[in-house]
Design a binder for this molecule. Structure first.
Ligand code: NDP
Length: 486
C-alpha cells in the first residue's frame, strides 16, 4: 500500500513537470500579441528604431540599425555628440591616430547619416513605455511612436553639492567654478587654478589648463589617483602641475564677484588650509541621465540602467541601452560604441522576432514619422566693441546676447537653438552674438564673462538676466525670453 502511494506521488510530480515544461515551450513559440506588427501598421508617426542620444553609443547604434536598412531616427539631445565634444584629443580610439573628440563625433555622425540615419536636433521630453509601439514626445512637442528604442543618453558632470554641501560652489558657479576646461581655460591666462578629482578627466583638464594658467593644483581626496598610468605620466611632464593628496575641499571663497580661494582640509592631520585660486575646475565623475525613464526601466541605486540581459536589453522588452547610462565600470568611448552596436543588433533581432519584415516595412513607410521642418533660423549679428553694444541696446528694448566661441562644443550646440528662437521671436526681441574669437575685450570686461556659453538678457539697456554655462532647449529659451517680455 505504502509503495503504491509513493509511486502515485512520483507520477504526480513527473506529470506536473511535463505540463510546466510543455506550457513554457508552447508559450515561447506563440507570437507575442502585445507586440503585434499588424498593430504597429495602424499607428501614425512611427519609427522602427529610435535612438535617444548622439554620443559614440547612440551614433554606433544608429550606424548599425541604418545599415540594416531599417528607418532609424536619432534624437541628438541638449549636447549633440555628448561628452566627447567637451574633451580635447582622443588618442585611444582603436584604429585612428590622435584626433579631437569633436572630429571623432563628426566622423561617426557622417558615417551613420551615409547609411540613412536621420539626425534630429531635438530632445525627448516624455516617454510612455507602458504602451507599444512606445510613445515619445519631443521638447518641441512632436509625438512619435517607436517599435524599439536604444537609450544612449550618457552622463553629465557631477557637482560637489550632490554629495555634500560645499559653500561657494553654487554662489560662484560661472564665476570661477566650472566643469569645462575646454570652454573656460582661456579665461585663466596667468592665473592660479585648482582641479578637483583624481580620474582621467582631472588629468586631462589640468594638462589643458597648463597652456594658460600660471599654476595648476590637482586635489585628490584619497591617497592615490584613479587616472590611468599613461594619463598620470602627463602630470610628470608639466612643471606647472602640483598634486595634493588626501585632502578635500571644504569651501569655495570669493569676494562676492568671483572666486578668490578655496579652503581645504587635510584628512590625515585634520588641518585646514586656505589656497588662493582664481578658478575651480570640477572633474569628480559623472551622473547617468536616466530620470526620464525611471518609471518604466529598472535602475540601480545610483540611477544607472539595469542590464536585464541578454545583451543590451533592459527590463522592458524592446527598450535597449548603450554607453555610460548603464556602465559604471568602463565608461570609455570605445566601450560605449561597442554597446551601441550590440544594442542595435539586439533591437534588430527584437523587430524580426516580432514579425518585422520587408512587407511590414513597406506598410509602415506610409506612416513614418518625418522630421518636423526646423523653425526658420535667423543668423545672429555680431557685436565686438562697446560702441556696437550701445548701438543695439539703444535701438532694441529687449536684447538677447549669445556669448560663445568656436573652440567650445557646448557653445556650438547652443548657437543653432538661439538662432532658431531668434527666427521664432525675432519680432519681440533682438538677438546678437559675442564671439570670443573676435577678442571683444571691452564686452568681456563689462559683462564679467568667465564661463561660456552664456546668455545675457538686456532690457532697456540693463542686464536683467544671465545664464552662465547653461544649455537650453528651444522651448526653455523661448519661455525665459517670453517671461521677460511679460
Ligand atoms: P572617474 O569616476 O574616473 O573619477 C572621478 C574622480 O573624482 C575620482 O578620483 C574620485 O575620487 C573623485 N571624486 C569623486 N567625488 C569627489 C568629491 N566629492 N570630492 C573630491 N573628489 C571626488 O571620472 P572621470 O570623469 O575622470 O572619468 C570618467 C570615465 O571617462 C573614466 O572611465 C575615464 O577613464 C574616462 N575618460 C577617459 C579619458 C581619456 O582616455 N582621454 C579622458 C577623460 C575621461 P576616488 O578615486 O577617491 O573615488
Amino acid at each position: 500500500m505504502r509503495r503504491y502511494r509513493t509511486n502515485l506521488v512520483i507520477a504526480a510530480i513527473v506529470a506536473t513537470l511535463i505540463c510546466t515544461v510543455g506550457i513554457i515551450l508552447w508559450r515561447s513559440f506563440l507570437p507575442d500579441r502585445t507586440r503585434d506588427m499588424e498593430k504597429a501598421v495602424q499607428v501614425a508617426n512611427v519609427v522602427p528604431i529610435v535612438v535617444i542620444g548622439s554620443g559614440p553609443a547612440g551614433l554606433s547604434a544608429a550606424l548599425y540599425a541604418a545599415r540594416a536598412a531599417v528607418y532609424t531616427v536619432v534624437f541628438e539631445g541638449k549636447t549633440p555628440g555628448g561628452q566627447l565634444t567637451g574633451t580635447t584629443y582622443v588618442e585611444n580610439w582603436p584604429g585612428t591616430g590622435k584626433l579631437l573628440g569633436s572630429q571623432l563625433i563628426e566622423q561617426n555622425k557622417k558615417q551613420a547619416e551615409n547609411f540613412g540615419a536621420v539626425m534630429i536636433q531635438d530632445t525627448i521630453a516624455l516617454v510612455d513605455f507602458s504602451q507599444w509601439p512606445f510613445k515619445l514626445v519631443t521638447e518641441d512637442g512632436h509625438e512619435l511612436h517607436a517599435l524599439a528604442v536604444v537609450i544612449a543618453t550618457g552622463a553629465e558632470p557631477k557637482l560637489l553639492n550632490e554629495m555634500r554641501k560645499v559653500p561657494g560652489e553654487k554662489e560662484y558657479w560661472g564665476y570661477g567654478v566650472t566643469t569645462c576646461a575646454v570652454c573656460d581655460a582661456p579665461f585663466y591666462k596667468g592665473k592660479k587654478v585648482i582641479v578637483i578629482g583624481g580620474g582621467d578627466s582631472a588629468v586631462e583638464e589640468a594638462t589643458l589648463l597648463t597652456s594658460y594658467a600660471e599654476s595648476v593644483t590637482i586635489l585628490v581626496r584619497g591617497p592615490a589617483m584613479r587616472a590611468a598610468p599613461a594619463m598620470r605620466a602627463r602630470i610628470k611632464e608639466s612643471p606647472k602641475i602640483n598634486v595634493v593628496y588626501n585632502a578635500e575641499i571644504e569651501e569655495i571663497l570669493g569676494d562676492g564677484q568671483k572666486v578668490t580661494a578655496v579652503r581645504l582640509i587635510h584628512k590625515q592631520d585634520k588641518k585646514t588650509e586656505e589656497l588662493p585660486v582664481d578658478g575651480v575646475f570640477l572633474a569628480i565623475g559623472h551622473r547617468p541621465n536616466t530620470a526620464l525613464f525611471k518609471e518604466y526601466v529598472k535602475r540601480d541605486a545610483d540611477g544607472y540602467i539595469h542590464l536585464a540581459g541578454p545583451g543590451q536589453a533592459t527590463s522592458v522588452p524592446g527598450i535597449f541601452v548603450a554607453g555610460d547610462v548603464a556602465d559604471r565600470v568602463y565608461r570609455q568611448a570605445g566601450v560605449a560604441a561597442g554597446d551601441g552596436i550590440r544594442a542595435a543588433l539586439d533591437a534588430l533581432s527584437f523587430l524580426q522576432k516580432h514579425g518585422y519584415n520587408e512587407k511590414i516595412a513597406k506598410k509602415l513607410e506610409r506612416n513614418f514619422y518625418e522630421p518636423h521642418p526646423e523653425t526658420a533660423v535667423r543668423p545672429l549679428e555680431k557685436i565686438i566693441t562697446m560702441k556696437d553694444f550701445d548701438k543695439v541696446a539703444k535701438e532694441h528694448s529687449l536684447l538677447v546676447i549669445d556669448v560663445g566661441s568656436e573652440y567650445c562644443a557646448s557653445c556650438k550646440a547652443l548657437l543653432p537653438i538661439v538662432q532658431s528662437v531668434a527666427g521664432q521671436m525675432g519680432d519681440k526681441a533682438h538677438f546678437v552674438r559675442i564671439d570670443l574669437g573676435d577678442e571683444p575685450a571691452e564686452l568681456v570686461k563689462k559683462f564679467d564673462i568667465k564661463a561660456i556659453p552664456a546668455i545675457l538678457i538686456i532690457k532697456q539697456g540693463k542686464l536683467v538676466a544671465r545664464y552662465d554655462q547653461q544649455l537650453f532647449t528651444r522651448r526653455e529659451l523661448a519661455a525665459v525670453i517670453q517671461q521677460l517680455i511679460g
